[in-house]
Design a protein around this ligand. Structure first.
Ligand SMILES: [Zn+2]
Length: 156
């Protein structure tokens, strides 16, 4: 018997149900992505930016934060290609790339799927643009696409 007898859309909805969009450390982020924006934690004591949100600042141990608007562009720091997934509904997406993206500002790193790209064309430092993929109206996740043209093997 198929252990995941539902469509990808249903599975995505189940995943979304388990994301607490009002959890205090992440609420500002989820509210922003639902508006197609990215925000990151900003320590009001020392000014450090951080991602993912933590209850205590890694730089100064402060515990007061606000949210800072972040750029929706960045560069690919690292990535991997998923060829197999243990969860059956995601099989329709394989192979797909998951990357660590360094935002242009502030320079924090986030995980996200790299979409709309030939996997053979993915490279370190690839310039990327965020797009927003809604699992539900409340749970919207950034995904990343290449900003073209980019240099590949000396060609534009
Ligand atoms: Zn701090």
């Amino acid at each position: 018997m198929d252990p995941w007898p539902c469509s990808l859309g249903e599975f995505a909805a189940q995943v979304a149900e388990n994301i607490a969009v009002d959890e205090p450390d992440f609420a500002g982020y989820w509210h922003a992505t639902a508006e197609s924006r990215i925000v990151v934690r900003h320590c009001t004591q020392c000014g450090a930016y951080s991602w993912p949100p933590r209850p205590i600042c890694a730089e100064c141990a402060g515990s007061e934060f606000d949210w800072s608007e972040a750029s929706q562009t960045g560069r690919l720091y690292s990535w991997t290609v998923v060829h197999r997934t243990p969860t059956m509904p995601w099989r329709d997406l394989v192979p797909y790339a998951v990357g660590v993206v360094t935002l242009d500002h502030p320079a924090v790193r986030m995980l996200g799927r790299i979409v709309a790209v030939d996997l053979e064309q993915v490279f370190i430092d690839m310039p990327l643009q965020a797009h927003f993929e809604a699992l539900t109206p409340q749970v919207v996740m950034p995904v990343w696409t290449p900003i073209r043209p980019f240099q590949v093997d000396g060609e534009m």
